[in-house]
Design a protein around this ligand. Structure first.
Ligand code: GDP
Ligand code: CA
Length: 313
């Protein structure tokens, strides 16, 4: 079975671990969000790709959900001693090695997809991890009278200043990375995991051709809600949804993605049992436990998503 998953960071990575446990023999292609990418201290950092790679490769800091386990911060402390900012993105020593290799390979002319494949040779995530694009696309947040990089708004400002909108810089001319469109068109199932619908899934869909490929794939497309009981399970996705006028609820996100029968993306929508009774026009909605508190429970979520996919198309 070929499964293609559009993925952000922590939510997607945890889901993917459950999916791998549920169907260990499936061919899984992960189309990773690179809208969160940023250059700091001369290093190219791809937080969502790394979160997926470390989580599936067994190197993630389990408690945090991002960054490396057993991390130290000597380099960051030294940078601070020089007064070299910014300091709002935690860069661990182990993690910096990843960014050094990535930056060096990019500078040598390798596309990000090739760099990501090279990094995955070490981590062996058990999936094909492909960035959404080899072209640089960065999410910026529109605030009163200015715009800042998504990471500055998210990490330094904790999304406290209301966003007026998001701009995907570079998206208009970006092309999907090699293999992305084929992975969507040729899948047996396409899944939208519980990722941020705006700055993770939305950023991927903003690359020209990707939204269309999802809307037209012969494969069933099933999504899982990142919103449970009217709030994000973790993080500040509500601040992103509010900015684009979408209600922070399982129904709101389901309507935002929309039913394929009505010009949207989905053939089925999974919500948490806390949201039983959720209705989305044109879509079968199923409620199952959606809290990824263990790999076993997450595998059950993945199985429910695949079962729904098999039923809807
Ligand atoms: P990020 O890039 O690290 O922010 O990660 P993603 O975009 O992949 O996912 C973020 C979303 O995952 C947030 O909106 C959370 O609400 C959601 N999330 C995190 N843990 C869980 C969980 O256990 N269950 C569900 N349903 N959603 C979760
Ligand atoms: Ca992210």
């Amino acid at each position: 079975m070929r499964i293609t998953v559009l993925a952000g960071g922590i939510g997607a990575a945890r889901f993917l671990r459950g999916l791998r446990a549920a169907v260990p023999d499936a061919d899984v292609t992960v189309i990773g969000n690179t809208g969160d990418d940023i250059t700091l201290h001369g290093l190219r950092i791809c937080p969502d790709l790394d979160t997926v790679m470390y989580t599936l490769g067994g190197g993630i800091h389990e408690g945090q959900g991002w960054g490396r386990e057993g991390e130290t911060f000597a380099v960051q402390e030294e940078l601070a001693a020089y007064g070299a900012g910014p300091d709002w993105m935690h860069l661990g020593d182990r993690d910096i090695a990843t960014h050094l290799i990535r930056t060096r390979m990019l500078d040598a002319g390798y596309p990000l997809s090739a760099v990501t494949a090279a990094l995955c040779e070490r981590w062996k995530p058990g999936v094909e991890l492909v960035p959404m694009s080899d072209d640089r696309v960065e999410t910026h947040v529109v605030l009163e009278g200015r715009a800042v990089h998504f990471q500055e708004w998210w990490l330094a400002m904790r999304a406290a200043e209301p966003a007026q909108g998001f701009v995907s810089i570079g998206a208009d001319t970006a092309r999907p990375a090699p293999g992305v469109l084929d992975a969507i068109a040729g899948a047996d199932v396409v899944l939208l995991p519980p990722s941020n619908p705006v700055v993770s899934i939305g950023a991927i869909l903003a690359v020209p051709g990707i939204r269309d490929a999802v809307a037209r794939t012969p494969a069933p497309v099933v999504g899982l809600s990142p919103i449970v009981g009217g709030a994000p399970v973790r993080g500040m996705a509500d601040a992103c949804l509010t900015a684009i006028g979408v209600e922070t609820s399982a129904a709101g996100v389901g309507r935002h993605y929309g039913a394929r029968a009505e010009g949207g993306l989905l053939d089925g929508w999974l919500v948490d049992t806390a949201d039983a009774g959720t209705e989305v026009p044109g879509l079968p909605v199923l409620d199952v436990p959606l809290l990824m508190t263990s790999v076993q429970l997450t595998a059950a979520m993945a199985t429910a998503a695949l079962d729904l996919a098999a039923r809807v198309r």
